[in-house]
Design a binder for this molecule. Sequence first.
Ligand SMILES: [Zn+2]
Length: 301
Amino acid sequence: MQKRLFFPLVFLFIIQWSLQAQRNWEEIAIEPTKITDQVFMLTGSGGNIGVLLGEDGTYIIDDQYAPLSDKILEAIKSLGGDAPTFVLNTHWHGDHTGGNENMAASGATIVAHKNVRERMSTKQDRGNGRTVDPSPESALPVITFEEDLTLYANGEQLLFFHVHEAHTDGDAIVYFTKNNVIHMGDTYFNGRYPYIDLYSGGTVNGIIEAANRVLFLANKDTKIIPGHGALSNKKELTAYRDMIMEVRDRVQQAIDAEMTFEEIQSANLTKNYDDEWTSGFIDGKRIVDIIYTDLTRVEKE
Ligand SMILES: [Zn+2]
């Protein structure tokens, strides 16, 4: 029971979620980016959405927030697609699954890793007394899997595979094998320090391993959709992976040298990375705090 709680990060997370809650949805536009003739990325508010179009129906990866569902359906229609037949959730967070109920009502079957259903269907502890209530039954994935799933549609072979304890304990990555596009969900924040959700089973080593799995599959032409940030590629993902490994190693060396948390923070371990990777959500001090907490926490029995 000696789990070290990570209050500052939790506050940030709450602030981010409450900002989203107060957002004026009217002002948010859903913008499509064409990746190939049949694969698109949609941005609005929340996680990037992947779209696969074709004769067998529309497949989407994640669905942002419920108030945006009509705009998302409009955007898909403008690209020539019908309402989605399948929604694949990359993980349980509300900025990726908020539209599930609406998409299911318009005919979609929701698919995700089993821990997505588990976390969405139970009250979630976010630390410091903060909780997230269960989602309604109609928002839950109805097909779940443990390791991987292959879907065949629209001339595509979609590999939907679990990566262990990365951003959360229920992350899954989608590989559009024919179109050579990979959607990484929040295991990849392009150009930003990663967010590792320690309250949902995320770990720094899992984030690195997820990047390694994708780097193994990708070639120089692969287009990579991050959970947040601009459309990306193998080169940028490599830089992200290398940065995280280096920060992890520096934190581990400091722990091994028996530095206190305060001494580690004073040492400014991310100094050479902060200009490039700091986001409004996670800065150098916070990523060190997250990684330190991850590497030193004592798990419950
Ligand atoms: Zn997330």
